[in-house]
Design a protein around this ligand. Structure first.
Ligand code: SF4
Ligand code: SF4
Length: 280
């Protein structure tokens, strides 16, 4: 089973839950798809042993062939080409998505493409755990491409069970992660902000027809009801992790509370049982 651990908002404890699920079942493949800020390996206590570069095409202009018509700048919907009404346009390689449109519309064919590094897929093993980590290069905007390449690498490893730590939010990066999942485990907190972003995630998973279930983390930090959302979207709350100072301190030290908090570990094991009861 491929489980996507996601949350509408950051800071709900999504990565703590992902790490705990992996630590409770080390045979699952741990995949960090939060490529703008990957930190699952830290909570697992694993260090990478291999890194593969992720590249994609980036547009370049042959200044000797350019006739300064500005067509390319008008065509690029990503705003990657700056042209001030004369001279040779300037391409911002960090913003280029490698779509190839500018080279197709350039009248003299002055635009060509070169591969540029946009990130890495890192991998490693520790304590029986295999993990993969997508990591976006600083300054690059090609998040979805790095996520796609990380998943492609995962597919070559032959593991039937995955825990994917997804990016926060409800935009393209999380949709690009969810599309590889059999179910989405949505981590939220009982606060107004948590409820609002959870609703967005439930709408997204419903639109993508991905079965979902909830984990409420930090119970006691707020009392905003979430049960009505469960009824509306036909989903269930599978586990509740109480807010605790010790769990917060673990996170601050870069450790998983699964290793130090017996109650947290027990709730994680129970969560696995609930996932298997409902989704296997
Ligand atoms: S390849 Fe696409 S994104 Fe890159 S500069 Fe050309 S039109 Fe813009
Ligand atoms: S479309 Fe081609 S020729 Fe026109 S400004 Fe861009 S690079 Fe130069």
């Amino acid at each position: 089973m491929k489980i996507a651990v996601a949350s509408g908002k950051g800071g709900t404890g999504k990565t703590s839950i992902s790490a705990s699920l992996v630590l409770a079942r080390p045979r699952v493949l741990a995949i960090d798809l939060d490529v703008e800020e990957p930190n699952l390996s830290i909570l697992l206590g694993c260090a990478e042993t291999e890194a593969l570069s992720v590249t994609m095409p980036s547009a370049k202009i042959d200044g000797s062939a350019c006739i300064s018509c500005g067509t390319c700048a008008k065509a690029c919907v990503y705003g990657a080409i700056a042209w001030l009404g004369g001279g040779i346009p300037v391409i911002n390689g960090s913003l280029c998505r490698g779509c190839g449109l500018c080279s197709r519309v350039c009248p003299p064919g002055a635009i060509f493409e070169e591969e540029q590094a946009v990130g890495e897929v890192r991998s490693g093993k520790c304590g029986g755990i295999s993990f993969l980590e997508g990591r976006l290069r600083v300054g690059s905007v090609n998040t979805v491409h790095v996520i796609g390449e990380t998943v492609k690498k995962a597919e070559t490893l032959g593991a039937s069970d995955w825990v994917m730590d997804c990016p926060p939010g409800t935009a393209c990066p999380v949709a690009a992660s969810l599309r590889h999942a059999d179910m989405a485990l949505l981590v939220t907190e009982p606060t107004p902000f948590g409820r609002s972003d959870l609703e967005g995630m439930l709408e997204l998973t419903a639109d993508m027809r991905i079965p979902s279930a909830l984990v409420i983390n930090k119970t006691g930090i707020g009392n905003v009801p979430l049960e009505d959302l469960c009824r509306r979207f036909g989903t269930e709350i599978l586990a509740r992790f109480p807010f605790s100072r010790s769990a917060a301190e673990c996170g601050a030290r870069g450790e998983s509370p699964f290793k130090t908090d017996a109650g947290w570990a027990e709730t994680t094991r129970s969560l696995w049982s609930e996932i298997e009861r409902r989704f296997s």
